[in-house]
Design a protein around this ligand. Structure first.
Ligand code: PMP
Length: 360
């Protein structure tokens, strides 16, 4: 064999997979079920037509950052943008993780945190969540004191459980990091707009806290790949050093800026999805042998009595795709259902009712 081998630490690593199937109702990847407003698409394309495409885009994404900062009521120097919040997280780990450094995650959580940490050569330390999928501040404090992680990753609302950590937990993690650090707390709020509070209110110039967010869910722009971090300006400056020059295309920058002008439409979509989540949770809880975890996101984790993988397969036969977590450690028997339109959710409920009856 004449081909070289990759870095030894990559050989063991599996790629990240989220199975896709061609079905009628896709409730498996936590996207918005609603396309962005047509007027947004028109405004975006009109603005794009006026751009000199033979020139590189604004490297600092200044207009976008200023517009985002205004909406978030933050200084523009605290905003960093990249191609999806995954790239934001990767940039953070390139800057603050790396060889001989550790990242602490609380499982079960978003698997890409561990994946990106490993890609950047960062050792992963695993903290366990409680039986209710919460982060125990006592356990976390012990781990932070013992392991002195360079980075602590907290996903809230947590994917795939939907758990929202209270402000007191974020404050306790920050206190432990300040006592035993230096370290950086990253709160991944990819689903933050669906929750009832945000760690954004704790970001300050001298606090080692970064909050990451995305346009993929609330802004219905998963295809465009835009995410951002709100962080102390000194941290933003480090991220700017690490990210590739001109990483954010002009199409993405303009889309991000124009989308903010449709704030009321987007906010009403969040309200619709939150009330639909509550309706779906209520209906699911009425089904036999099904436990629904409380969620502050646009998805629900359910634990089924019986063979969850078989139920997942039967749902696919009915044209409904949800995410099967039943064979994942700590998530035995669990399926994750993205909140769809009321019509999609009714199709899911009808299919699930039928499948559960057949199973009995
Ligand atoms: N964080 C969490 C918790 C997620 O669930 C996702 C999307 N699945 C992301 C980050 C990445 O989102 P994006 O790269 O589309 O912004």
């Amino acid at each position: 064999m004449s081909l070289p081998t990759p870095r030894p630490d990559l050989i063991e690593l599996e790629g990240y997979h989220s199975p896709q199937l061609d079905v009628q109702v896709r409730l498996n990847t936590n996207e918005s079920p609603y396309a962005p407003p047509a007027a947004f698409v028109d405004a975006w394309l009109d603005a794009l037509r006026a751009v000199p495409l033979h020139r590189y885009p604004d490297r600092a994404a200044g207009d976008l950052r200023r517009a985002l900062a205004t909406r978030l009521d933050q200084p523009a120097e605290r905003v960093f943008c990249a191609n999806g919040s995954n790239e934001v997280l990767q940039t953070l780990l390139l800057a603050y993780g790396g060889a001989k450094r550790r990242a602490l995650v609380f499982e079960p959580t978003y698997p890409l945190h561990t994946h990106i940490a490993r890609l950047t050569g960062t050792e992963v330390i695993v903290g366990e969540r409680t039986s209710e999928y919460r982060v125990s501040t006592t356990e976390a404090g012990i781990l932070i004191a013992a392991e002195r992680p360079a980075v602590v990753l907290l996903c809230s609302p947590n994917n795939p459980t939907g758990t929202v950590e209270p402000r007191a937990t974020v404050e306790a993690l920050l206190a432990a990091i300040l006592d035993h650090g230096p370290g950086l707390l990253i709160v991944d709020e990819a689903y933050g707009e669906f929750a009832d509070w945000s760690a954004l209110e704790l970001v300050a110039d001298d606090v080692p806290l970064v909050v990451t967010r995305t346009y993929s869910k609330v802004w219905s722009l998963a295809a465009l790949r835009l995410g951002f971090a709100v962080a102390p300006p000194a941290i933003v400056a480090e991220l700017e050093k690490v990210v590739l020059p001109y990483h954010l295309s002009v199409a993405t920058q303009i889309a991000g800026r124009e989308a903010l002008r449709f704030d009321p439409e987007m906010r009403s979509r969040v309200d619709v999805l939150v009330s639909e989540r509550e309706r779906l949770a209520h209906e699911l809880a009425l089904l036999p042998g099904l436990m629904v975890m409380p969620s502050g996101a646009n998805f629900l984790l359910v634990r089924v009595d019986g063979d969850a993988h078989a139920i997942w397969r039967r749902l696919v036969d009915h044209g409904v795709l949800v995410r099967d977590f039943s064979r994942w450690p700590r998530l035995e028997g669990c399926l994750r259902i993205t909140v769809g339109t009321p019509e999609e959710d009714d199709l899911l409920l009808a299919a699930l009712r039928g499948v559960l009856e057949e199973e009995r």
